[in-house]
Design a protein around this ligand. Structure first.
Ligand SMILES: [Zn+2]
Ligand SMILES: [Zn+2]
Length: 352
C-alpha cells in the first residue's frame, strides 16, 4: 500500500533482498517501465512485464539475466522498441536468446529490441537492433559512444547514466534520474470514473507543453466525452519531484571504481546496493567482486543518498539475513531490506 507521501512512480524489489537482483520501476498508466537487472521475474505479472521499455543489465551472470526470457515472452506482441543496455557482450547474448526460439510471426507483432553496449570509452557504443518483423535478424547500428557519466537513454520520464563497476566479468552500475512532472496516480484514480487508457499519455503530452499552448479539454477514448485538462489532472494525476535511483551491484570498491560509483549515485533518493558479504569477508568480496555491508553503507554515506536498500545477500547467510541488515544500519541508519519471512524458510527446510 502506498503511503500518501510516497512517490507515484512505483519501485519494486522483485525478489526481495535475498533473491536474484531485479528492480522494477513503473510509471503507472504508461508502457515505459524500467527494469534494473533481469534475475528471476516470475513474481511480476505478465501485464507488468509487457510495460517494460528499458532493460538495464549490470552484467550477464545468470542471476541477473535469466528473467530476460520473460521480458521477451511478454513484450513480443507489443508495438514498441524495448531498449536494452548492458556491458560488452550484451548484443551477442540477446542475439543468442532470440535465436534459441522458433518464432511465430504475425503482422501485429511489431516489437523491436535495441541494444547498446557499455564499457570504457574505447569499448562502449556498439549498438544493434532486432526487429520482429525482420525475424529478429541482427542489424548493426551506427556506434553511439556515450562518455562515462553522460546520459545513455532518455525519455519524457527519466534519464539513464552508467559507470563502470569492477566484477569478475564486464559489469556496469546505473543511475536513473526520474524527472519532475505529473504522473498518473492509481490511488487517486480509484475514486474516479475513468479507467486508464491512451488518454493518460495524451494528458501527459499536453502538460509538458508551455501553459498557454495547452488544450483546455481533451477527448477521453472509450468514454465518449471530453474532459477539462484541469479536471483530469486534479482527479487522476500527482505532481512528483525529481528523484535519483542508484543501482550498484556485483562490484568491488577498489580505488579506481569507488569514486566513479560515488559520483554516479550522488544525492540519490534511493540506492539499491549489493551487500553480498558481512563485515570480515573483505578478502572474499575483493576476490569475487562484491561488497560487504560496511562497504555498501559507506558508499551510501559518501554519496549522500537518502535511503539504502540492500540487495543480493549471499545464500550462506540464509536464516540470518537480519544480521546483514543490522550491520549495514550501524554504518548507515536509513538502511532497509526486504527479508524473506522466517516461518516460510523453516517450512521449506522441514519439508526438504
Ligand atoms: Zn555476478
Ligand atoms: Zn550477482
Amino acid at each position: 500500500m502506498r503511503h500518501s507521501k510516497d512517490p507515484v512512480s512505483a519501485l519494486r524489489l522483485v525478489n526481495g533482498s535475498a533473491g536474484d537482483p531485479a528492480v522494477y520501476l513503473d510509471f503507472p498508466g504508461q508502457d515505459n517501465a524500467v527494469q534494473f537487472d533481469a534475475g528471476e521475474l516470475h513474481r511480476l505479472d505478465p501485464v507488468e512485464v509487457r510495460d517494460i521499455g528499458m532493460v538495464l543489465l549490470t552484467h550477464l551472470h545468470m542471476d541477473h539475466f535469466v528473467g530476460f526470457d520473460r521480458i521477451l515472452r511478454s513484450t513480443i506482441d507489443r508495438e514498441k522498441t524495448v531498449y536494452v543496455c548492458g556491458p560488452v557482450g550484451t548484443i551477442g547474448a540477446v542475439e543468442k536468446k532470440l535465436g534459441a526460439y522458433v518464432h511465430h510471426r504475425f503482422p501485429f507483432m511489431k516489437v523491436r529490441y535495441e541494444v547498446l553496449e557499455l564499457g570504457t570509452p574505447e569499448e562502449s557504443g556498439s549498438r544493434a537492433s532486432f526487429d520482429c518483423q525482420e525475424g529478429f535478424v541482427r542489424r548493426d547500428l551506427a556506434r553511439h559512444s556515450p562518455g562515462i557519466g553522460s546520459v545513455i537513454l532518455e525519455n519524457p520520464e527519466c534519464r539513464v547514466r552508467f559507470a563502470l563497476a569492477s566484477h569478475t566479468v564486464p559489469c556496469v552500475s546505473y543511475a536513473v534520474d526520474i524527472k519532475r512532472g505529473y504522473r498518473f496516480d492509481p490511488t487517486k484514480a480509484r475514486g474516479g470514473v475513468l479507467r486508464p487508457g491512451p488518454w493518460v499519455k495524451r494528458v501527459l503530452e499536453e502538460v509538458r507543453k508551455p501553459k498557454d499552448s495547452r488544450a483546455r479539454e481533451l477527448p477521453v477514448d472509450g468514454e465518449g466525452g471530453r474532459f477539462a485538462l484541469k479536471t483530469l489532472l486534479d482527479g487522476y494525476f500527482t505532481f512528483e519531484k525529481a528523484r535519483r535511483i542508484g543501482f550498484v551491484t556485483d562490484t568491488r570498491v577498489d580505488r579506481q571504481t569507488y569514486p566513479r560509483l560515488v559520483e554516479l549515485v550522488e544525492g540519490a533518493w534511493r540506492l539499491y546496493g549489493d551487500s553480498y558479504y558481512a563485515v570480515g569477508q573483505e578478502v572474499k568480496a575483493e576476490k569475487y567482486g562484491h561488497m560487504t555491508t560496511e562497504q555498501v553503507a559507506g558508499l551510501a554515506a559518501d554519496a549522500g543518498v537518502d535511503q539504502l536498500m540492500l540487495i543480493h545477500f549471499a545464500t550462506r547467510y540464509r536464516g540470518r539475513y537480519d544480521v546483514l541488515l543490522e550491520e549495514a544500519r550501524s554504518y548507515f541508519p536509513n538502511t532497509h531490506a526486504e527479508l524473506p519471512e522466517r516461518s516460510r524458510i523453516h517450512e521449506r527446510h522441514s519439508l526438504a
